[in-house]
Design a protein around this ligand. Structure first.
Ligand code: SF4
Length: 101
């Protein structure tokens, strides 16, 4: 069964109204809500492609680390991935080449 559900684009503060089209519980399309006062049916490029983010087949479902350049990533536990990310982003010294006034 085909249905259309009102929602709001989540990408920015404008909060454009969207109509999400589904068929048998699967998102099949999206358009701007012509009755929404913020956008009156129009959507920017990001909003117009919002439905493409629903299909998770091309998105990572778990952390991966590339051990060799040019090869695929290997799965990591969330704990290891978060530890490594924290170490690289928090514990790495500020580059000494960055100009300081
Ligand atoms: S459609 Fe574009 S302008 Fe509207 S809320 Fe989404 S990102 Fe913002």
């Amino acid at each position: 069964m085909r249905t259309e559900v009102k929602s709001t684009c989540c990408y920015c503060g404008v909060g454009c109204g969207v109509l999400i089209e589904t068929e048998s519980g699967v998102v099949t399309g999206l358009r701007g809500d012509p009755e929404h006062p913020a956008n009156r049916g129009r959507l920017c490029t990001k909003g117009a492609t919002l439905n493409q983010t629903v299909n998770p087949t091309y998105r990572l479902q778990f952390p991966e680390k590339r051990l060799v350049r040019g090869q695929g990533g290997q799965r990591l536990s969330w704990e290891l991935a978060l530890d490594e990310a924290a170490e690289r982003t928090v514990l790495t010294p500020w580059p000494s080449t960055f100009p300081v006034s």
